[in-house]
Design a protein around this ligand. Structure first.
Ligand code: GLA
Length: 396
């Protein structure tokens, strides 16, 4: 590691902990999902991109005068330091606090028989929190790497461990997408993930388009409970569909024709949720095919169809997201736009011509400001590499 950024991080680490002896830095990226929303926990398809926005954790062994020693974690964003005896980590319970993410990860490592050594951690992140760009998965994956401190773990096991941490500690029944893309991201590529087989293929996107994320700067309180409700509604849909098609194990297995034939027997809300998932899964495949053919118009149209489906059938959008999508579609050079991530706030993702980015950013910010009296942040989405140790710190 070399460069100014590293020396700054080292200086800050030393200021905080007194020594940066043996310091290593691990990085895990946030993501933007291009298409395939709320399909992951239905074992379907998703097409995310790992971003150059990432969480970095600097870690060094802590000196232990006597006894088993402590794990200390400092979050720059929260400006908060927490510490625990490493011997107590396994028995901690969730606190509804940001540390639930790292502690959840520590407990999953312990469950695998991987001991946690006394260490000092410093978290520095460029993934905006609560933005739907997956700051939690970035925190989980970077924590796991920092606590492993170089011990090997199969990449898929790493992603699954972090997903389990989120299920078991903060208690969110999330799919695998966010942790998976944080581990498996690749520069200049989107990643099509099959959430049943847990395999993936890299999808090179056409050169004459680019993507930007626009942050509504809101996260409505409903987000957590509605996510759990949607997971339950999808399970109810599967149970209903199984009465006619017993081979169906998840919504991934349901064809549009099958769904149509059982729709009248399902509660209306449950049928709408299933319709979103089944049509969205099909859109991922069509989007990837259109991308291979360079059919930009169809790609854009599919993004908008995805948004409408999330808005009306899945009901996870909100006024701010709908406004950003509607406004984006009026701006020259924009090919398509949709909400991205869990919903109820967070970001939209917009596909546009590279030469339209500056005008787009100015116009959308002006319109949003006028409507909601808030300045939306706009992020260029540069497909980046997945998680790992940072050897060359030029990037942060
Ligand atoms: C959140 C979850 C993901 C996924 C998306 C919606 O980001 O963490 O697993 O379900 O919502 O696509």
């Amino acid at each position: 590691m070399a460069g100014l950024a590293e020396s700054l991080l080292k200086t800050d680490f030393r200021k905080l902990y007194g020594s940066a002896e043996g310091m290593r830095v691990f990085r895990a990226p946030g993501r933007v999902n291009l298409i395939g929303e709320h399909t992951d926990y239905n074992l379907g398809f998703v097409l995310p991109v790992a971003l150059d926005l990432a969480t970095y954790i600097a870690t060094a062994p802590s000196a232990v005068p006597s006894g088993p020693g402590k794990l200390r974690i400092y979050s720059e964003f929260r400006q908060e330091m927490r510490e625990w005896e490493v011997a107590d980590l396994g028995a901690l319970t969730p606190q509804r606090h940001w540390t639930d993410y790292p502690i959840g990860v520590a407990q999953e490592l312990l469950r695998l028989g991987l001991a946690i050594a006394p260490a000092n951690l410093l978290i520095r992140s460029t993934v905006p929190e609560g933005s739907g760009l997956s700051s939690s998965a970035a925190l989980e994956v970077s924590t796991a790497l920092a606590l492993l401190a170089g011990r090997p773990l199969d990449p898929l096991d790493l992603a699954r461990l972090c997903q389990r941490a989120e299920h078991n500690f903060p208690g969110i029944p999330c799919g695998i997408m966010d942790q998976y893309i944080s581990v498996f991201g690749r520069e200049r590529s989107a990643v099509e993930i099959d959430c049943r087989s847990l395999g993936h293929r890299f999808v090179e996107l056409p050169a004459d388009i680019t993507f930007v994320a626009v942050n509504t700067m809101v996260k409505h309180a409903l987000a957590g409970s509605a996510y759990k409700d949607r997971v339950a509604e999808c399970a109810a849909a599967v149970a209903g569909i199984q009465r006619k098609f017993p081979v169906v194990k998840s919504l991934r297995d349901v064809s549009p024709e099958q769904l149509e034939s059982v729709e009248p027997s399902l509660p209306a809300v449950v049928a709408r949720r299933a319709r979103h998932v089944v049509t969205e899964d099909a859109r991922v495949g069509r989007y990837v095919d259109a991308s291979a053919r360079g059919d930009l118009a169809l790609m854009g149209k599919l993004l908008v169809e995805s948004h409408r489906s999330l808005q009306h059938d899945y009901e996870v959008s909100c006024a701010e997201l709908d406004f950003l999508v509607a406004t984006a579609l009026t701006i020259d050079g924009v090919l398509g736009s949709r909400m991205t991530g869990g919903g109820f706030g967070g970001c939209t993702v917009t596909m546009l011509r590279p030469d339209a980015v500056t005008r787009f950013s100015e116009e959308i910010a002006r319109a949003y400001q006028r409507q909601f009296q808030a300045t939306p942040q706009v992020y260029a989405c540069r497909p980046s590499a997945g998680a790992g140790e940072v050897k060359d710190s030029e990037e942060f």
